[in-house]
Design a protein around this ligand. Structure first.
Ligand SMILES: NC(=O)c1ccc[n+]([C@@H]2O[C@H](COP(=O)([O-])OP(=O)(O)OC[C@H]3O[C@@H](n4cnc5c(N)ncnc54)[C@H](OP(=O)(O)O)[C@@H]3O)[C@@H](O)[C@H]2O)c1
Length: 264
């Protein structure tokens, strides 16, 4: 006889933004393997989101996909309530989605800054605010209810270079928000940062160059997607961590690079 399915109401649930592919998918699979029901947020990656939902559901039943453009405030404000409506409750949010477009001091514009700030910092703050409201409401009948937010940052905040100015500013804002929200939304929420090093390649970095750059750290290796997902799981499940950031980068933040990896 097969084991009965867990009662959905008793299963912890987490919204992961940008979870269709890459690091977000890895985090989703890790948490699903650990008994979390996953809300897979995506914007354009429809097929990949469907696949991630199917793969997560095999680990913990009930994953669903939620589409939203995090550059649009109304869409951001509607996202968590739509997950709560579908799942009944949400316990955690992982803010992983990110705009990553190149600019420098020479090409900076308000438009570039605003685009990065909206999706990378503003959306994460609004979703945290919505989770806080939800937990406050839940505490009326469940006084012990708590929530957690994990914000994906970047080792480059501790190791700055002139590239990706607007992206770096937005992650810097999110790092500041991690501290401020940990204070402002306690005791209902914990808020934790996870800062990967160079983990996955991009269209700007050929595979052989990526392998070379990945070795550039005191440990001779930067982070793997599994390292990052494991750190997120730790941050989500450790009940006493808040207002701090786990740097998961092989120590890259201890080094100095003149340019971004993709432009070295
Ligand atoms: N990859 C690395 O080596 C690395 C290193 C340091 C830090 N990080 C941080 O780790 C996180 C994950 O990295 P990643 O490389 O997996 O991210 P990514 O591939 O650059 O982006 C993840 C997802 O973000 C979504 N997204 C972007 N703009 C959006 C918007 N306006 N609205 C909604 N969704 C939007 C996209 O979803 P759709 O495809 O569905 O449109 C995209 O697939 C990011 O926060 C990144 O800054 C990554």
């Amino acid at each position: 006889m097969s084991a009965p399915l867990p009662q959905v109401a008793s299963v912890p649930s987490v919204l992961i933004t940008g979870a269709a592919k890459r690091l977000g998918r890895e985090i989703a699979l890790k948490l699903a393997a650990n008994g979390w029901r996953i809300a897979v947020h995506y914007r354009d990656s429809v097929e990949e989101a469907r696949q991630t939902v199917a793969d997560c559901s095999r680990l913990t039943p009930g994953a669903q996909a939620f589409r939203s453009n995090l550059g649009n405030e109304t869409a951001v404000r509607n996202l968590l309530p739509s997950v709560i409506e579908a799942f009944g409750h949400v316990d955690a949010v992982v803010n992983c989605a990110s705009t990553f477009e190149h600019d420098t001091a020479a090409t900076f514009s308000f438009a570039a800054m605003e685009k990065h700030m909206r999706s990378n910092a503003g959306a994460a703050i609004l979703i945290s605010q919505a989770l806080h409201t939800h937990i406050v409401e839940r505490r009326k009948t469940q006084p012990d209810a708590t929530g957690v937010v994990v914000n994906l940052l970047d080792q480059k905040l501790w190791n700055q270079n002139p590239d990706f100015l607007s992206y770096t500013l937005s992650k810097s804002a999110l790092e500041g928000a991690t501290t401020m929200l940990a204070i402002g939304l306690s005791p209902e929420l914990r808020v934790v940062g996870v800062a990967p090093g160079l983990t996955l390649t991009s269209h700007l970095l050929p595979d052989d160059k990526f392998e070379e750059m990945h070795k550039l750290s005191p440990l001779g290796r930067s982070s793997t997607p599994q390292d990052v997902a494991y750190a997120v799981q730790f941050a989500v499940e450790n009940q006493s961590i808040t207002g701090t950031t786990l740097l998961v980068d092989g120590g890259q933040h201890l080094m100095r690079f003149k340019r971004d990896f993709s432009l070295m």
